[in-house]
Design a protein around this ligand. Sequence first.
Ligand code: APR
Length: 178
Amino acid sequence: MKTYLRNLDGFSLVMADITRLDVQAIVNAANNTLLGGGGVDGAIHRAAGPELLEECRCIGGCPTGEARITRGYRLPAGWIIHTVGPIWRGGGFGEDELLARCYKSCFSLAARHGIRSIAFPAISAGAYGFPLERACRIALSEMKAFLEEEGEENGVEVIAVCYSPAAYQCYQKVLSEL
Ligand code: APR
């Protein structure tokens, strides 16, 4: 099921397990160690296999707001872009800016690697406790900005991946207000 941003090609909203998506890159909502965890991080490491952890070990971590890229190994996706979202602490500690920076960091890494299709989970909206609608709003605003700048002529595809109906509805609500 695809929902396109009004007059903005290149965007899709889907309900899916991100590890199964056949796109060039999927984004992982990681932690600073990049050594795996629960949630989508755990799912990606389980699906990608042990070589992913070996590569992550060589990277030596990732600061919050930044992103690092690895191969996808056993995933359908050729690349994994690992980003570390902010832990929600009430909103007064620059969480919004850090979350926006995660999307920007992922997009700039993707561009550097000529990646044309990238799927994002709702970064920080799970264990890191970021309020879902607020996280969706930041995600969509960054995706829209990227697609308006890069998308049209380069045929770039950005997919927002929801893992629950609540997330899907949230994205749809925010989309309708954009
Ligand atoms: N496919 C797509 N989305 C998923 C999947 C999946 N297989 N599994 C979980 N999600 C969704 C969650 O429903 C949530 O909306 O990803 C979003 C992000 O949730 P988390 O995975 O908990 O990530 P985050 O909130 O950023 O917390 C990161 O959790 O797993 C640990 O190591 C990770 O410490 C880090 C922290």
